[in-house]
Write a protein that binds this ligand. Structure first.
Ligand code: KG4
Ligand code: ZN
Length: 340
């Protein structure tokens, strides 16, 4: 790759419209994020049609601000997984820009972005991941556990069978009348509650690495139905404890089983303080180093898409760069190994 190779990343998979400029795979020149939270708040979740419209309305301005007139060598956009409408907006923007600038284009897996975001620190890529590792990508739309041998070499161990962990936080927040997104709200309430107040289930699904969070959410709804005058902080603290224990146990079990000394945790739920504390403390007992994405980079952003593109080019070679501009989106895109 030439010196000062500049990648413009585009992210529009869910409810953030974002564009970022990454130079040399290190220096984050810009990372503009337009959050649609205000649009979705009153529905307590992301409304796909509203999301598509907001992406379409904002993406040009967001890209313009991230570019600020600079030249680029490549455009990378998140081609999945995500909501089809938002993905289409990102794809068309990326195609148009790549065509206009006469540069190649790359379609990136959003979830790989969440993992590589762990390498950022203070607006720069400073902390390369150590391999092999077990990765937990935990967000509003996904909860996945991977064994990662090296960059682009994955074995998917398990994923959620129903709700993602973040989705469970959002739904429980809705049940309790707390605002969207639910994660930070539930977490704030939990600080004032007792973590052993209610014994919600810990769905460990022995014999598989899959997760399931809809049962905990249902248990919360039954608890609220069957009890008068509940303490919201107690419910939040007990729910958060159950989710975090489940995530920590399965992730560290996988790390032990696959004999790795490193765990990396990315995605919006990785901002959760209890998860960070519990996973780090339990990991330390086992001699496992746990790396969390910096909080600022945990939710959806285009910097992580640009970084994933840089890693792909670095490790799979510039053959990955395609001159064709019509890369398809895939709302159900799965991680797969990078070809040489
Ligand atoms: O990664 P992200 O920004 O978007 C997706 O790709 O889904 O994750 C958003 C999710 C939401 O469900 C939100 O409630 C959750 O991350 N979240 C949290 C916290 N901060 C955000 N969940 C638990 N604790 C938090 N502190
Ligand atoms: Zn995400």
């Amino acid at each position: 790759m030439k010196k000062d190779f500049a990648i413009l990343g585009i992210e529009s998979t869910c409810d953030e419209t974002s564009a970022a400029l990454l130079v040399d795979g290190k220096k984050l020149v810009s990372n503009v994020i337009y959050s649609q939270i205000e649009e979705h708040k009153k529905y307590h979740g992301v409304v796909p049609e509203l999301a598509s419209r907001a992406h379409a309305a904002k993406i040009a301005a967001v890209i313009d601000e991230a570019l600020n007139g600079r030249d680029i060598d490549c455009v990378a956009f998140a081609r999945g997984p995500g909501l089809p409408g938002g993905l289409m907006v990102g794809r068309v923007a990326a195609q148009t820009l790549a065509n206009f600038k006469k540069v190649p284009i790359l379609g990136i897996n959003h979830l790989e972005g969440h993992l590589f975001a762990c390498e950022f620190e203070d607006g720069e890529v400073k902390n390369p991941l150590s391999f092999p590792l077990v990765a937990l990508v935990v967000s509003g739309g996904h909860t996945e556990l991977w064994y990662v041998k090296n960059y682009g070499q994955y074995k998917v161990l398990g994923r959620t069978r129903d709700d993602a962990a973040g989705e469970a936080f959002d739904k429980v927040a809705k049940l309790l009348g707390l605002a969207y997104p639910g994660g930070p709200q539930v977490s704030a309430q939990a600080l004032k509650g007792r973590r052993d107040a209610v014994d919600f289930p810990r769905p460990l699904l022995p014999g598989t690495w899959d997760f399931s969070f809809s049962g905990i959410k249902t248990a919360v709804s039954y608890y609220l139905r069957d009890h008068k005058d509940v303490s919201v902080p107690d419910v939040c603290a007990s729910f958060e404890q159950a989710v975090c224990e489940t995530l920590v146990k399965k992730t560290l079990l996988a790390a032990q089983k696959y004999k790795v000394k490193h765990v990396a945790v990315g995605g919006g739920v990785a901002a959760n303080s209890l998860l960070r504390e519990m996973m780090s403390a339990e990991g330390q007992k086992l001699g496992i180093e746990v790396r969390f994405v910096p909080r600022k980079m945990s939710s959806d952003n285009a910097a992580m898409i640009a970084l994933a593109a840089y890693k792909l080019l670095q490790h799979a070679g510039e053959g990955a760069l395609q001159k064709k501009w019509n890369i398809n989106i895939n709302p159900n895109l799965k991680v797969k190994n990078w070809g040489k």
